[in-house]
Design a protein around this ligand. Structure first.
Ligand code: B12
Ligand code: SF4
Length: 470
């Protein structure tokens, strides 16, 4: 670990494992926020976004060797944790004197395990990173004891200890805009549209049992002001030529009044940005969805999770079928592309409840359905249940991407769930679906319908090829 003054900091988005693909490539927003804060404080920063630039671990090593940062940070999501470990290894090989720090969701939930497993990682930053990383970068200069920096997990002799929790940033308007000057934004296109992420709030007041959102950013909904959000949107359009925005908030419409103000601002400023967001069906109404559509909201994703009250109670998702049906009806009427996400195989699930959920999802006639296998991410109540019951569970973090069954509930074999999932998609991505999405996408210009037209065609081609090779 470095003890001399830190001037240069490298922030790395780890290379994706080969079998993770198909996700849109967004600029790493968390790293960009931290880069902006470090830059504001006089540090020389470099963000190395490996996935979008197709940088391998070996190439990363050369980049780090030539930059020679004293502090190297890497992000971590559960499926990319092995890749993040390799980042730490090449970081130490390239710059043996540097301090290597890991942050992001996986390191936050598995802080002690990560430090125990990998000696190349010196420290973990838990939760929100902006203030903790800055204090850490300044530490050789300020002489502050590591144990006094809040939000860290550190080695202390033989022990691994957590410093006090860092309070969440209360005034999100005070955080500088993401440091996009450290990224080449010409690389981030989705279906030929420059689609950039924006997060307007942090924290989720709900406590769905499969989700870890509130452990990351807290249970209190903290929001940026509409003025601050609109300033960022104008900046992205004018400075960076953004054509679309993907709002990354956990529950974008939690505060409807604020959403209406943001939408009115977008309309008044005549912003040409098309956008999408994710939310819950119990925090939208017809009027809000209409104004969102008027402000060019093209896509909304609703967490439906289940189609029956019994499963929704287990999932602690306090929405009703009626609320979901209404929300989807209004959103479709307003012209949006509507995605619903569903959880399959949560403990307590039976063939009957799963069938009910899938029938409900089909009945809603959404534009897309994300059928997610219940995935026991570290920190979730689900993981505790699986461990307590002693069920077989995959230890291969790469597979934790919601597309694979991860554990075996004796009451409902994983194979059967996967088969029901396959059959649902076979039926859902039908020729009439393709025609419907093609007309919405190519005649009405909805980006998401264009993407889904191609996805559904490819899915059917892949099915035909698989049948042919069988
Ligand atoms: C956008 C997004 C994606 C994007 C792009 C991610 C990217 N490049 O950043 C895509 C579509 C690729 C994606 C995919 C997946 N995602 Co995702 N995603 C998100 C989402 C909605 C927003 C991320 C974001 O920008 N947040 C805002 C910024 C400010 O926060 P941040 O990135 O977390 O960064 C802060 C801290 O984490 C920390 N930090 C982060 N990195 C580092 C590094 C250092 C050195 C330090 C000090 C600190 C630090 O400081 C940052 C600033 O405060 C989050 C939910 C959320 N609201 O955060 C889920 C979330 C991160 N995703 C999640 C999951 C599960 C996935 C998938 C596994 C499955 C899926 N849902 O499709 C895949 C995995 C693919 C992969 N590559 O591994 C989970 C993570 C759980 C986990 N244990 O890993 C989250 C938390 C959603 C949830 N509530 O469950 N995702
Ligand atoms: S699923 Fe959505 S509403 Fe539920 S806790 Fe997670 S982010 Fe919040």
């Amino acid at each position: 670990m470095t003890t001399t003054q830190i001037k240069k900091v490298a922030l790395v988005n780890p290379p994706l494992p080969l079998d993770i693909g198909g996700h849109p490539q967004f600029p790493p927003l968390g790293l960009a926020y931290m880069a902006a804060v470090l830059d504001q404080n006089g540090f020389e920063v470099k963000i190395i976004d490996c996935p979008v630039n197709e940088i391998s671990h070996d190439q990363l090593k050369s980049e780090l060797q030539s930059f020679q940062p004293a502090l190297i940070g890497t992000g971590s999501m559960t499926p990319t944790i092995e890749s993040a470990f390799k980042v730490a290894q090449v970081a130490k090989e390239a710059c043996p004197e540097s301090t290597v720090v890991m942050g992001g969701p996986h390191a936050t939930y598995c802080d002690k395990e990560v430090l125990a497993t990998d000696k190349n990682v010196d420290l973990i930053v838990r939760g929100e990173g902006e203030e903790t990383l800055l204090e850490l970068a300044k530490q050789p200069q300020t002489g502050m004891k590591l144990g006094d920096i809040k939000g860290l997990t550190i080695r202390h002799g033989e022990e691994i200890v957590q410093t006090a929790n860092r309070p969440f940033i209360q005034d999100l308007d005070s955080v500088p805009l993401p440091g996009y000057k450290f990224l080449n934004l010409e690389k981030y296109f989705v279906a030929k549209r420059k689609l950039l992420p924006v997060i307007t709030s942090r924290g989720c007041p709900y406590a769905c049992s499969f989700c870890v959102a509130s452990q990351m950013f807290g249970q209190r909904f903290r929001a940026r002001s509409p003025k601050n959000v609109l300033m960022e949107l104008e900046w992205l359009q004018n400075e960076y030529g953004a054509e679309g925005i993907a709002f990354q908030d956990d529950t974008f419409t939690f505060d409807r009044k604020r959403v209406v103000e943001i939408c009115n601002g977008m309309i008044e400023r005549k912003l040409k940005l098309h956008w999408g967001c994710g939310t819950r069906a119990d925090v939208v109404n017809k009027e809000t969805l209409e104004i969102m559509a008027k402000a060019h909201c093209d896509e909304t994703m609703f967490g439906v999770e289940a189609g029956c009250a019994s499963m929704r109670a287990i999932l602690k998702k306090g929405v009703t079928n009626e609320q979901i049906e209404n929300a989807i009806k209004w959103a479709k009427k307003a012209g949006m592309f509507v995605t619903v996400s569903v959880i399959m195989g949560y403990p307590g699930e039976t063939r009957e409840t799963l069938k009910e959920t899938l029938d409900f999802a089909a009945k809603l006639k959404p534009d897309d359905v994300w059928l997610c296998h219940a995935t026991p991410y570290p920190g979730t109540h689900l993981r505790e249940i699986v461990i307590k019951n002693g069920w077989a569970m995959s230890q291969d973090w790469k597979t934790y991407n919601t597309m694979n069954p991860i554990f075996e509930d004796p009451a409902l074999p994983a194979k059967e769930i996967a088969e029901m999932r396959r059959r649902f998609y076979n039926k859902f991505y039908s020729p009439s679906y393709i025609l419907h999405q093609a007309s919405k996408g190519y005649f009405k210009g909805n980006l998401y319908s264009k993407i889904m037209t191609r996805t559904a065609i490819n899915y059917n081609l892949w099915r035909a090829m698989s049948a042919f090779h069988r």
